[in-house]
Design a protein around this ligand. Sequence first.
Ligand code: C2O
Ligand code: CU
Length: 687
Amino acid sequence: MARSRKLAAWSMMLVGFFGWIAPSPTPAFQASATSPRRPFQDLWIPPTMEGTSFDLTLSPSSQSFWNGATTRTYGYNGAGFWGPTLILEQGSTVQMKVKNAIDEPTTVHWHGLHLPASTDGGPHQMIEPGATWSPSFRVMNQAGTYWYHPHPHETTQKQLTYGAGGLILIRDPIEAKLALPRNYGVDDIPLVLTSRRFYTNDQFSFEGDNDKYGDYLLVNGTLDARVKLPSQFVRLRILNAEIERGYILGFKDNRTFHVIATDGGLIDAPLPVQRVRLMVGERVEILVDLGGEKPGSGLDLMAYHSNQPFGFPGGEPGTTRPNGSLLNNIDFRVLRINVADPTPNPITTLPRTLTKNRYWTDADVTNRRTIKITAGQPGSTFSFDNVSYTTHAKSQVVELGAVEEWTIVNNNVFGHSFHIHDVQFNIVKRSRGAVADFERGWKDSVYVPRGQSVSFIARFDDFASETDPFMYHCHMANHEDGGLMGQFVVKDPKASGKSTAQAIEFRPRQDHPVSADKAREATRRVGTIAPDFQEKDLDGRPIVLASLAREKPVVLFFIEPRCPCSKDASPYFDRLRAEYGDACTIVGVIDADPELARTWTKQVDVHFPIIADPDQKLIRTYAAEGSTFTTLIQPGGTIAKTYPGYGSAMLSDLADSIARLGGVESRIIDLAGAPATLVSGCPFPTR
Ligand code: C2O
Ligand code: CU
């Protein structure tokens, strides 16, 4: 009732002032229809892939969510929305091949899986357009419901919105022995919940935080989904694949059903419940007894979201962006179940027990840490411990084999869904109220309500790396993209001598042409005396401009450590150094503290001396903020040339100029891969 009133009000407003691509709670299929009801559509069951080698290709695709509409989407392996279900056997070693056929970088993260960080598919394992990423790993998790999805920093929400994602089902001998529904698509049904908002031209409305909530529920990409299920025990594997919306699920007749698995696999015994809460990223497997239902009868799986306390994602009243939607703060149908005849070998009883888990306790804990959800820095709403992921991300360091208790403190304004890579944990404490029965099991994502904290324990086994971090973040993709993310490295204390690397997040590559202002500013200094400085490189050797520039040309290469252009330009400067040897001096100046500078240098693998300039003193002196920028100083100390950005013509001009000023023969520098046009000026906020 309440909902249809809202709809009516909206339709009237729409007629008034929205244009053809207006963000609309009422896309074409309904705006034109006088009939208030859309027909049910049969639930799409994603196809499965099995074995030990999996080829996934993400490409632009399209989907018809309702009759007569075509929405542009992304899909794996030709799917219109959401990808195939991968079925993995515990203990097997799998070879993945992920091809990126969309026109921007992506990654594929195996959510919930315990594997080496280099194969994890987080924002550090970027796959460029046209490229293929081929990680291989052993399947170590317990039988359960996991998933894969893109994880590129700052564009995860977009790629998820367009439909990139898929389920992973792991099978193992313990689960295989149980009398559970296991016939995929028949009595074992995947349900991937997410909602979208559409423009009136039938395309997804995607405007970041404005579209955190969709207006229309999609189950496996099906709008108004219905499914035929046999009259016996059925298993529903439910994933909350939303951007931000949480779910409180139950059946319209308030029947009791049984939870059998959480994020990381089976719980000890079926748990009777009438409602279960599922936040973004979480999975639950439930058994529903349809044995007592007459074939032909119907049953609705519902979301009960009316009257939630503030901070419940999707509980905000209102139907419009940025914080409202047609599905907010109401109870709505998730799935219509039509009961059909039982199958030949139906499951008709509930197992008494499922498995035996040994969860971590206080006595196991070897280290504790606290992570606070705080306000974000400019441009981001939330951050962990006051550092948005977009700024220098310092890694948490966890010792290999440690059993750690993490306490996530949320004194901020809203609820969040905290997710950690690498491990499955058990929740041991909530600051308000008990840990819910349905979340007592292995978990990788946990709801942290507003004004509360949650503690969990995990063991960080098997995989240590000095260079490859794992991520932790809020799984609400808009929060994650906005910087509510952090990283940790697992450090092997026995890996002698080496310091723990602090991994750097390189931003996705973007085209950012040199602005006219930057170019003017750069040339203005040519012919003036280069400001002198006395600094030290990362090894403590003195770098004094006046003495370096006395007889030889000096190249100052300014580096923005989070910028992919700086990273890409660096090898060419290393080649200049190698080719010209003593005939000139190449010096890097990096906007970073010495620790970050050292890690960057190691990751990018360059060998010219580098000055850490964390307060940008030198960088500002040379007007090189936030940019890949180069100053060429001639013998005697006058600025001969400045180059805002880098590119093949710029690099060969630089090589020739060095030769001329140094009085040596011009060397040929290998410029393979250098951009044809000048690239520079990453639009990062300069501090
Ligand atoms: Cu489901 Cu870090 O991700
Ligand atoms: Cu969040």
